[in-house]
Design a protein around this ligand. Sequence first.
Ligand code: AMP
Length: 118
Amino acid sequence: MCLFCKIVNKEIPSNVILEDDNFIAFHDINPKAPVHILAIPKVHVDSFNEVTPKIMAGMTEFIQNVAQEVNIQESGYRVITNIGDNGGQEVKHLHFHILGGAKLKWDHFTDADPKGHF
Ligand code: AMP
């Protein structure tokens, strides 16, 4: 069973923000911003590559509710999902990083020339 499935099953403790029948949101253990929450579907989905539109429909509303719950919907925030090796995905259970609580940086994502491919 994967790490986040164990969190869903409460086999590993987490600091839960919001939970319903289909989704759970908890604090990232290694925060990269004052607010850093992970929102995941309870059902195991490897990554964004495999997620269905139906799950994403619920996920969208759930992420909006999380932002409201921690009061960052007005100040602003960022939603990120990393996919695969180049995306930097370490945990192979779909998760959305919700980052906020301060002005976020928007910097280079790679040392490769961003204008080099097209
Ligand atoms: P990613 O690199 O997109 O796969 O992100 C995985 C995230 O999971 C990282 O930001 C980790 O800090 C976070 N993480 C790993 N283990 C735990 C855990 N037990 N509880 C909360 N967050 C975790």
